[in-house]
Design a protein around this ligand. Structure first.
Ligand code: PLP
Length: 325
């Protein structure tokens, strides 16, 4: 099976390439969710990655795959969230120069987390889009490679390694719930799963507000939307009007998509804290939020929910505890 230019071999090569830099995360049984749904429900805990999110997989695969002369010129990105962290982290591990460009509106705590890995930080813009334009300009002038957050073969193959681990740990798996934003994660997981388990059911889940991939699927082509505040902040951002991979792969191979409300995300966070003593960020709890809806995980099925990251401000944790305990 070959989807665009991606084959199973590419995903296995990614697994081998990134192994020294990536934690093989556990797939833990959720007694609580299993009891509630009548299914066997497991959680894939990507919040346990050293940088706190699965994004290290794609960033590692992309950066390691660069030709040596490109590595010498360094890498850049304009994502200020978990992808920016992943790029800065991998560059520091490999001794490559990294530049992260961001808007002045990015909170200080995020800037500090990225600066910890020694990346050069530029904050001279009013939006992420403007910072992105600058990165591509620098790439033209100096050869510093832009590491895209999701719409890229190597990024997708890196994220796909999550599927290989889940199949190895739980070959009976027949349902996967995946948080959905730009679609690098769901494209990788879907290809990684379906190349081995063709009849698996993949559900992509986004927040209610400004869910660009889901609106694009409805429109039949990539659309742009303004961002809106949400607990699932890591799911914000567009998919690119010139999207090459993730829109088509999601449209063609993902079985269902769904959206969850802010209240449901908050309850998902609380559920994870209460039943698993795990603190994760809003974006990573949309799968649990969906699973808590009656009938969404089919009784008797063997399901995995990907918990994607743990980048949550303590103030938000406090608010969730106050609201639900
Ligand atoms: C990036 C991210 C996602 C979504 O991944 P996409 O590839 O953009 O769909 C989900 N959860 C967390 C925590 C993320 O950082």
């Amino acid at each position: 099976m070959k989807v665009k230019d991606i084959t199973s071999r590419d995903i296995w090569q990614a697994k081998k390439r990134i192994a020294p830099y990536v934690t093989r995360t556990p797939l833990v049984h959720s007694h609580a969710l299993s009891e509630m749904t009548g299914a066997n429900v497991y959680l894939k805990l990507e919040n346990l990655q050293a940088i706190g999110a699965f994004k290290v997989r794609g960033a590692a695969n992309k950066i390691i795959s660069l030709p040596e002369e490109k590595k010498k010129n360094g890498v850049s990105t304009f994502s200020t969230g978990n992808h920016g962290m992943a790029v800065a982290y991998m560059a520091s591990k490999l001794g490559i120069k990294a530049m992260v460009c961001m808007s002045r509106n990015v909170p200080e705590v995020k800037v500090k987390n990225i600066a910890r890995w020694g990346a050069e930080i530029k904050r001279e813009w009013d939006s992420q889009d403007q910072a992105g334009v600058y990165c591509y300009q620098v790439e033209q002038e100096t050869g510093m490679t832009v590491i895209p957050p999701f719409d890229d073969k190597e990024i997708i193959c890196g994220q796909a390694t999550i599927a290989l681990e889940m199949i190895e740990d739980y070959p009976e798996i027949d349902t996967v719930l995946v948080p959905l934003s730009g679609g690098g994660l769901i494209s990788g997981v879907t290809l990684g799963m379906k190349m081995t388990v063709p009849d698996v059911r993949i559900v992509g889940i986004s927040q209610q507000r400004a869910a660009v991939m889901i609106e694009s699927l409805k429109a039949g082509h990539p659309v742009e939307m303004p961002e809106e505040p949400t607990l699932a902040d890591s799911l914000l951002g567009g998919i690119g009007l010139d999207n090459r991979y993730t829109f088509d792969i999601t449209r063609e191979y993902v079985d269902e998509v769904a959206q969850v409300t802010e209240e449901e995300i908050s309850r998902g966070l609380a559920y994870l804290m209460k039943n698993h003593k795990v603190i994760a960020e809003g974006a990573s709890c949309v799968g649990i939020a969906y699973a808590l809806r009656k009938g969404c995980i089919r009784p008797g099925s063997n399901a995995a929910i990907i918990v994607t990251g743990c980048g949550i401000p303590m103030g938000q944790v406090r608010a969730v505890i106050n609201a639900h305990f």
